[in-house]
Design a protein around this ligand. Structure first.
Ligand SMILES: Nc1ncnc2c1ncn2[C@@H]1O[C@H](COP(=O)(O)OP(=O)(O)OP(=O)(O)O)[C@@H](O)[C@H]1O
Ligand SMILES: [Mg+2]
Length: 387
């Protein structure tokens, strides 16, 4: 049994809705945003379930992870992925070209695709617009083109990223409404920040206003059963019941790595008198806060001043405003015990951003990157205030 638990049925259904939408699902053609907490398996699902299902259904897929290289701008990463695919499409021996032949009898001879522009000019000032480049792909491949951007929320934190989103929207609006289009351009974005990802579709000034935003379907009882079965097959035990293991998994934010850690501890520290159901409950509760502790430790290591800024953002309902205000400076001064000038704040906000602990959510707006960390921080604060 593989260590990955696959969900082909779920993926096939999603692919079908995207590629052959019924009247009610046509909104999906405007874009689909999947959001879910960190480390819950979004990327794994996209790469191992969703992309194969889309390809099986005949689509051409381009995948980009905006977290793969934080030094590069979102636009540069997306352009690079598009260029790579275009180059492969020009090469009849490439895998991607092979996949296309398998699903469609595209008559492209032995030359591969021919583009009316230089591939490496895509994304350059003198190059074609994304609308033009992607339309040529759809017209030659005669199939749907799906662009998947993992961690798409990074794209709206910069001017260059916002321009990219507008260019993608323009591509969608240029390709899809053509009466005899041989395929559609579909955009899927995933992200770890639920509020931010849904904002991408809800705010009128965002490029993808009106697109569909759904929650990533987290792993559940099927995955836990699969995992417990594998362990049983390997003769590992005593194990908790499926029901209690599912509860523990949920306590741990439906994160496979955390459940594995909990089960490892359970096995290593089990004694003849311990009861697996009781033990896993305690272990899960302890691990839950330990996971967030790693992140909170990073905040502490940045010092008291950074911690004060982090706490101001973490305690705010919704996005935090006025992180650089005079009032904020006065608050930080109180916590730190010395006079804080407004111009001292920026570098520390920079440190918190660089450590990916907070993120900029718009002009002058900040939020905690990981909502799970924020939740634990609040639980801890509430607990401390009781003493
Ligand atoms: N279906 C699955 N079966 C088994 N393990 C899984 C599955 N999905 C995810 N995992 C494990 O969970 C961990 C997190 O997965 P993944 O990186 O896909 O999550 P993510 O939500 O994309 O995380 P991030 O927020 O860091 O982008 C990985 O170690 C992965 O192997
Ligand atoms: Mg991921």
């Amino acid at each position: 049994m593989s260590s990955l638990y696959l969900r082909p049925q779920l993926a096939t259904e999603m692919a079908k809705q995207l590629l052959h939408p019924g009247v009610l699902d046509e909104g999906l053609r405007s874009g689909l945003f999947l959001s879910g907490m960190r480390r819950t398996g979004k990327t794994t699902f996209v790469l191992n379930d969703l992309i194969p299902a889309l390809e099986q259904d005949g689509a051409l897929v381009i995948y980009v992870d905006l977290w793969s290289d934080t030094q590069k701008s979102p636009a540069a990463l997306v352009h690079a992925a598009i260029c790579k695919t275009l180059t492969e499409l020009q090469t009849p021996s490439s895998t991607i070209f092979g996949k296309l032949k398998h699903v469609r009898s595209v008559d492209m001879g032995v030359y591969g695709f021919q583009f009316g522009f230089k591939i490496d000019s895509v994304g350059q000032e003198d190059g074609p617009t994304l609308a033009r480049a992607l339309a040529e792909v759809v017209d030659q491949a005669k199939t749907d083109l799906v662009l998947i951007i993992d961690e798409v929320q990074h794209a709206i934190t910069s001017e260059d990223g916002n321009q990219l989103m507008l260019a993608l929207k323009a591509a969608r609006d240029a390709i899809n409404p053509r009466p005899n289009t041989p395929g559609h351009f579909l955009f899927i974005g995933t992200g770890s920040h639920r509020a931010l990802v849904s904002e991408l579709t809800a705010r009128r000034n965002q490029a993808f206003a009106g697109a569909t935003s759904i929650e990533y379907p987290v792993l559940g009882v099927d995955y836990v059963t699969h995992l417990l079965n594998r362990l049983t097959q390997d003769g590992i035990g005593p194990l908790p019941s499926v029901e209690i293991a599912v509860q523990a998994f949920s306590t741990l934010g439906n994160r496979p790595e955390e459940l594995l850690k909990a089960l490892r501890q359970l096995i290593y520290f089990s004694t003849p008198s311990s009861h697996p159901d009781e033990s896993i409950r305690t272990i899960a509760a302890t691990l839950r806060s330990a996971a967030a502790d790693v992140e909170l430790m990073k905040v502490e290591q940045l010092g008291v001043f950074a911690t004060a800024i982090f706490e101001r953002i973490a305690s705010s309902e919704g996005d935090a405003r006025g992180v650089f205000s005079m009032e904020a400076a006065a608050d930080y001064s109180k916590v730190i015990g010395r006079e804080i000038r407004v111009d001292e704040i920026q570098p520390l906000v920079g440190d918190l951003l660089a450590a990916n602990l907070i993120m900029r959510r718009g002009h002058g707006l900040y939020g905690i990157t990981d909502p799970f960390v924020q939740e634990i921080w609040r639980e801890k604060k509430a607990l401390m205030s009781k003493f």
